[in-house]
Design a binder for this molecule. Sequence first.
Ligand SMILES: [Zn+2]
Length: 120
Amino acid sequence: MIRAHRTQVDLHSYHPRVTPTYRVHVLPWLRPLGGRVLIANWLAITIGHDIWCWRPLDVAELAHELCHVRQWERYGVSFIGAYALASMVALSSRRHWYRDNAFEIAAQQAASVEIGRDAG
Ligand SMILES: [Zn+2]
């Protein structure tokens, strides 16, 4: 099970040296809206090359969202279905639909690299 999970993360690509084209939209009024539609303590959502957030992102948070931009580049509109499928895969093995989603794990790894840079 763990091995399959790792393979899946690899398939969702993580190319930290490649910075994709992106735009960040900081809109504080999105905070309560996203809290209702997404998850309670949400910060940002990436749709294509656009990152929508309710406050400015730090370097690690941006790295997380840029990983999602790369995932969008790779999958196009079908990323929505692929993300939903990854959530269902997580749920089917009694894991969390968001935290254990393979796309989120890849994005967290991207963020971890930046956190490591800050520490070092
Ligand atoms: Zn994410």
